[in-house]
Design a protein around this ligand. Structure first.
Ligand code: FES
Length: 356
């Protein structure tokens, strides 16, 4: 029946008309309405979103793609869902920290309001606790990397399955701990949850020992860390330090990592950029050897499809028509015409042409 009715609505679909009445009724794209927002810190905000038709429940720790229109252009970013799936009002939350110089995060933190609609994707990602228990979790988080840990904690509590949990969190100062008050209260009232906060800029004077992650600090804060499964999320420097430590201690299999930005390898000294041609858009640009081609395109005013911007979701996949590109994570060079490359994590390695 639906295809028949869609035929009457041609060239639009019934869903497009339904969307005019209520964006949450659209089936051609998933929308979510902002129901509520809460200021977490001076530059981080939790948005409560009511998703429309087509939404499916997430697993605690998963992320979602969010698209917003700013000045007539659509930008897409990925945010971890910060609420537990057990929430019973049909809503979910994302917690966004405004990144200095960013386009989307400052907009979500300062400009959107209740009643606004965002386009969202379905929950994705494999950074979540296993179904099988027991696991002794050790969360190691920093900054807005606390969001998946908060979702997992809320889910464990909702299921009344909280194991002995240790949580080490890094923030510049106490007032910048997202969910700080909530988690401090949780630690006070829940004997199975220990919350260790490390402030990297508070009270650090010249000659003071570094407050960033190091082996002795982990030993002190969580002496039984070798028996725990570690769930870590935060900036690249923290994740790299953890990877080095757990590899050296043969505990890599216990370390589960969620990244917000791609982990790029060092650019080889002999790497070169080149002229990039975006064939369908008829745009040419000069690119250096380390700027992702997605950013090169955007700097030229293009708006190619993308999602995570770190090589996970494949929304940005594009065909290489000719020339040479380098994967910034692995250094792998692709020269074969017709290959699919990821512009968000690839740079020019000489002249190249993409089907964009
Ligand atoms: S934007 Fe997700 S892989 Fe490129």
């Amino acid at each position: 029946m639906a295809p028949f009715i869609d035929g009457l609505a041609y060239p639009l679909r019934v869903s497009h008309y339904a969307e005019l009445l209520n964006p949450l009724w659209a089936s051609h794209q998933l929308r979510a309405r902002i129901e509520h927002f809460h200021e977490e810190t001076g530059n981080a905000r939790t948005l409560t979103l009511r998703p429309g038709k087509g939404w499916r429940t997430h697993r605690a720790g998963q992320h979602v793609r969010v698209a917003v229109a700013i000045d007539g252009r659509t930008y897409t970013r990925t945010y971890t869902i910060s609420s537990a799936p057990e929430r019973d009002d049909g809503c979910f939350t994302i917690t966004v920290k405004a990144i200095a110089g960013g386009r989307v995060s400052p907009h979500l933190v300062r400009s959107v309001g209740i009643g606004d609609h965002l386009t969202v994707g379905l929950p994705q990602g494999d950074f979540h606790l296993p179904d099988a228990r027991p696991v002794l979790p050790l969360f190691i988080t920093a900054g807005s990397g606390i969001t998946p840990a908060r979702a997992m904690l809320a889910s464990l509590i909702a299921q009344e399955r909280m194991p002995e949990t240790v949580h080490v969190h890094y923030a510049p100062r106490e007032r910048e701990v997202i969910f700080g008050q909530e988690l401090r209260q949780l630690a006070q009232h829940h004997r199975r949850y220990r919350f260790e906060q490390v402030f990297t800029r508070q009270g650090a004077g010249p000659g003071a020992p570094t407050a960033h992650f190091h082996a002795a600090q982990l030993e002190r804060l969580c002496p039984d860390w070798r028996e725990r499964d570690v769930y870590a999320c935060g900036p690249p420097a923290l994740l790299a330090a953890l990877q080095r430590h757990f590899t050296a201690e043969r505990g890599k299999h216990r370390l589960h990592i969620e990244r917000f930005v791609a982990d790029f390898a060092a650019t080889p000294a002999d790497a070169v950029g080149g002229e990039v041609r975006f064939a369908r858009s008829r745009v040419r640009a000069t690119a250096d050897q380390q700027t992702p081609l997605l950013r090169v395109a955007e700097n030229e005013g293009m708006n190619p499809p993308h999602g995570c911007r770190m090589g996970i979701c494949h929304s940005c996949d594009a065909r290489l028509l000719s020339g040479c590109v380098r994967d910034l994570r692995t250094g792998r060079i692709t020269t074969e015409a017709g290959s699919i490359v990821q512009p968000c994590v690839s740079a020019a390695a000489g002249d190249c042409e993409l089907d964009l």
